[in-house]
Write a protein of this length. Structure first.
Length: 296
């Protein structure tokens, strides 16, 4: 039974939200203090102090532009609205300022743009660039993890390597979720919900990795963990895969319950709905035969 590749809306929205917040924070709060001409020509211990460190919304990494030129270049790059131009601007910025703390945020912005344009290959490429500069970036870790898990097939010669990378990235995303600072444009409730979605999606990835490796026990545990975190936001494909994992484990009652939830969460006439209905039809025939009356 084939399930189409897809990128979770949670990943897309989280990436876009945190990338925009990072951009706003850097532009509004991270600029080096402007100095007078005299001070610039004769810096002293007082007027040459480093700019105050600001907490980035995507992680607890600090934004520290070292010069006004670096900050101006960052603002110009971050103003791009086309993903390809954003990537080019980020690459040019990274080459001109190879020690800048702002590099990962530009590439994260490009990653989010490519996601919104449904260019998954470029999204993965940008996520890997972000992680080169910021290995603990939970949003980039999660983006890379889900893209790898969803896009890996049995026909890929490097299937095991791709799934191993997805698993490692998802586990790292879970470990680093606590390092994400609340963006100023999100309420505490919204932020808590976003983090729950991030953690839930990470468990989804771990479930999908296990599912594709035919480890159905682990898949069941991870998908259940995802559903507990995502609650009503759990996507239909998660319920469908959970149903199949239960089915493969001969737990037909649990499989039927998950299939019903997949149907309820899916769009009419969607591929997931059709697959879920097929699974339910199969299970409807099996469950009565497996339920025995309690012995007296």
């Amino acid at each position: 039974m084939k399930i189409s590749n897809r990128l979770s809306m949670a990943v897309i929205l989280l990436s876009a939200t945190f990338a925009m917040a990072a951009q706003s924070s850097a532009q509004n709060a991270a600029a080096p203090p402007k100095q007078t001409t005299a001070a610039a020509q004769q810096p002293s211990a007082q007027n040459a102090a480093a700019p105050a460190k600001q907490t980035a919304p995507s992680t607890k990494q600090t934004l520290v532009p070292k010069t006004q030129a670096e900050y101006d270049a960052y603002k110009a790059a971050a103003a791009q609205t086309d993903p390809a131009k954003m990537e080019a601007a980020a690459t040019d910025f990274a080459q001109k300022f190879p020690d800048s703390d702002l590099r990962p945020f530009l590439f994260q912005q490009a990653m989010g743009m490519y996601q919104q344009a449904d260019n998954q290959e470029k999204s993965l490429e940008m996520a890997r660039v972000v992680l080169k500069y910021d290995p603990s970036n939970a949003v980039a870790l999660l983006t890379a993890a889900q893209l790898l898990a969803e896009r890996t097939t049995d026909n890929d010669l490097d299937k095991n390597e791709r799934l191993a990378e997805a698993k490692t990235d998802a586990q790292s995303a879970l470990q680093n979720a606590g390092s994400i600072a609340q963006p100023a444009n999100m309420s505490p409730e919204q932020f808590a919900g976003a983090i729950a979605q991030l953690r839930g999606t990470a468990h989804e990835v771990l479930g999908t990795v296990a599912f594709k490796k035919l480890d159905y026990t682990t898949a069941i545990n991870e998908y259940k963990a995802a559903a507990e975190l995502e609650k009503e936001h759990t996507e239909a494909v998660v319920w469908l895969r959970l149903s199949i994992a239960y089915d493969k484990s001969n737990d037909f009652n649990s499989a039927l319950d998950a299939a019903k939830k997949a149907i309820a969460a899916s769009e009419p006439n969607s591929s997931v709905r059709k697959l879920a209905e097929q699974e339910k039809s199969r299970l409807d025939r099996l469950v009565p035969a497996t339920v025995q009356p309690a012995s007296k």
